[in-house]
Design a protein around this ligand. Structure first.
Ligand code: BEZ
Length: 253
């Protein structure tokens, strides 16, 4: 995700639903006092701060320096590190991740790194976009880019697996899966769909001249409006979540 630029301030303003929804994943984590917990793709650290209230020691990693800085400003420890290049030796009781794993397309390298970072029987608890996530949005973006060749090629930077596929991957990387579920979670976008696109489709629009960016935002919004907008609810994105709780039962060599 090197071409994705993150702006922690804008993220906190227009994407606070990410951590609001993430609270149920941190409940599944059930952090305990004095546990060492790695927050993989920690973002601005809002959930890490909540987890730390249990008395656990939370350490964040994120590929974005802007996000790491935002987490450090909360007085929490974090460093810039790509999820597919984790370097921790069996030091964590748990690895937690919310709304981040879908950006890490080298998922096998991620799972190897998580396995190595965990102590024996350590848990891996996470939620991210699963099969079918943002289908309407992705289809619309692809169509708009295809209709406007000057926008370049559409690149899909996300990994949205099915529960079966991801369970197999977890098992192949030394984990026992205690629970895994794929579910639709329609997500209200209080700041509207164009604000969502500016943050999450930044890899497509960064580098476009302003007029072309404006066309991309307007035409994508027009295409998804019949599916994602209603006068009663406003904009609601078609999110699908994959949530799981796994345990390290074998160390990878
Ligand atoms: C998400 O499912 O959280 C998501 C996926 C792709 C882009 C933005 C958000």
């Amino acid at each position: 995700m090197s071409s994705q630029q993150w702006n922690a301030k804008q993220y906190q303003q227009d994407a606070n639903f990410v951590s609001d929804f993430g609270r149920s994943v941190s409940d599944l984590l059930n952090p305990q006092a004095n546990e060492a917990i790695l927050d993989l793709g920690c973002g601005t650290g809002e959930l890490a701060e909540q987890i730390a209230q249990s008395g656990a020691q939370v350490y964040g990693v994120d590929a974005s320096a802007s996000m790491v800085q935002a987490m450090q400003q909360r007085g929490l420890q974090a460093e810039v590190m790509s999820g597919d290049a984790l370097t921790f030796p069996a030091s964590f009781d748990a690895v937690f991740s919310n709304a981040a794993l879908h950006w890490m397309t080298d998922y096998q390298a991620v799972l190897r790194g998580v396995n190595k970072a965990l102590k024996p029987n350590g848990r891996f608890v996470a939620e991210f976009g699963g099969a079918g996530n943002i289908q309407a949005l992705t289809t619309a973006m692809k169509e708009v880019v295809a209709a406007n060749p000057e926008m370049g090629d559409f690149r899909n930077p996300w990994y949205f697996p099915t529960a079966e596929e991801y369970q197999k991957q977890l098992e192949a990387h030394g984990f026992k899966v205690h629970s895994i579920e794929l579910f639709a979670r329609p997500t209200p976008l209080k700041s509207g769909v164009e604000a969502w696109l500016k943050i999450f489709a930044n890899h497509i629009i960064s580098g476009m001249p302003p007029a072309l960016e404006e066309t991309f935002l307007r035409e994508t919004a027009q295409r998804v409006e019949p599916q994602l907008y209603s006068a009663e609810q406003g904009w609601v994105a078609d999110y699908v979540r994959l949530r799981f709780h796994a345990e390290k039962v074998a160390a990878l060599t």
